[in-house]
Design a protein around this ligand. Structure first.
Ligand code: F6P
Length: 362
């Protein structure tokens, strides 16, 4: 029986989203003759605040190398706590009932929800309310459990590694300390892997509260050995032992999620003050999420998209696609949203970094 499936992308954008959308559309239309409906701007399309359009083969032509998402996305559209303007004030309202109704009004057989922790939690709750859901895990931070890796992560690490290579030449020419802030609000995967690959001297991650005296010592040791420059990579969520993360906009003012940023500026100012060294700050920010996905993320996104359609065919709902070893499999969404996938401070990667002479802030 021909089916109709709806698909949306939620949370921050991420390289590889379009590969998943294309994978879903091609597997659904080419092999099965199904119809695919694209929900715009995350759950907003189901709330009724954004559009819904059919995704034909033509609609997904040429999107594989494109970053972002052709459907648009939102990280402020949680239907269980949805921001609505009431009398000039913004109030958080539960509109999940409307979302379930609007979904059923589409006569769709399934909803593919592509997103990170927040989107997958919403997807799981909608599944409990009777929406047949298949999740697809996404995040450049790679902090989701249940899958070996998320798509988008490989691209982000490649971008940061290239940036570190480029920053080395200026740091070396000017004898400077370059402090580079990268994404990673809870997990330091991007900082750690790009830092090792890009030959950083210091890597600071949220899982290992840092000690500034140790950071300065490492820079001093390098100077004594003849290297008059240093590269410090710091994840936006890193914080000092006994201290706190640097928050730009507090959770209360930002619909429940704090906007981080500024830790590199803080670390750089402290190094400059203590060591009288010229320092510079580089915040890579959304550059890490932008542009064309690497072949790894195109491939993973495509495999996830095809697997999501296979799961719908088998009515394997309330689950998400995941990479386990070399295989793409179906796992319960609970496995992804229960706890975060964090760097193990005693794990092989951190110990490898330290064996290479990289100071991990401790
Ligand atoms: O979750 C991915 C992420 O890149 C985090 O590392 C970062 O804190 C957040 O997105 C930033 O999101 P926004 O686009 O809202 O600034």
């Amino acid at each position: 029986m021909a089916k109709t499936i709806a698909i949306l992308t939620g949370g921050g954008d991420c390289p590889g989203l379009n590969a998943v959308i294309r994978g879903v559309v091609r597997a659904a239309v080419l092999e099965r003759g199904w119809k695919v409906l694209g929900i715009e701007d995350g759950f907003d399309g189901l709330v009724g605040e954004a559009g819904i359009r059919e995704l034909s083969l033509d609609a997904v032509r040429g999107i594989l190398p494109r970053g972002g998402t052709i459907l648009g996305t939102s990280n402020r559209g949680n239907p269980f706590s949805y921001p609505m303007k009431e009398g000039g004030e913004v109030k958080l309202v539960d509109v999940s009932g409307r979302v379930v109704e609007n979904f059923h009004a589409l006569s769709a057989d399934a909803l593919v929800a592509i997103g990170g922790d927040g989107t997958l939690k919403i997807a799981r709750r909608l599944n409990e309310l009777g929406v047949p859901v298949v999740g697809v895990p996404k995040t450049i931070d790679n902090d989701l459990q249940g899958t070996d890796v998320t798509f988008g992560y490989h691209t982000a690490v490649s971008i940061v590694t290239e940036a570190l290579d480029r920053l080395h030449t200026t740091a070396e020419s000017h004898n400077r300390v370059m402090v580079v802030e990268v994404m990673g609000r809870d997990a330091g995967w991007i900082a750690l892997e790009s830092g090792i690959a890009g030959s950083a001297d210091v890597i600071l991650i949220p899982e290992i509260p840092y000690r500034l005296d140790r950071v300065c010592q490492a820079i001093e040791t390098r100077r004594r050995r003849g290297s008059r420059f240093s590269i410090v990579v710091v994840a936006e969520g890193a914080f000092p032992a006994g201290g706190e993360q640097v928050v730009q906009v507090g959770a209360a003012e930002n619909l429940g999620v704090a906007r981080l940023g500024g830790v590199a500026a803080r670390v750089a100012a402290q190094i400059e003050e203590r060591m009288a060294l010229e320092t510079r700050v580089v915040v890579l920010g959304h550059v890490q999420r932008g542009g064309t996905p690497t072949h790894t993320d195109r491939l993973l996104g495509s495999r996830f998209g095809v697997k999501a359609v296979e799961m719908i065919e088998k009515a394997d709902f309330g689950k998400m696609v995941a990479l386990r070893g070399r295989s793409v499999v179906s796992v319960p969404i609970e496995e992804a949203v229960g706890a975060l996938n964090l760097v193990d401070p005693q794990g092989e990667l951190v110990l490898t970094a330290e064996a290479l002479g990289i100071m991990m802030g401790r």
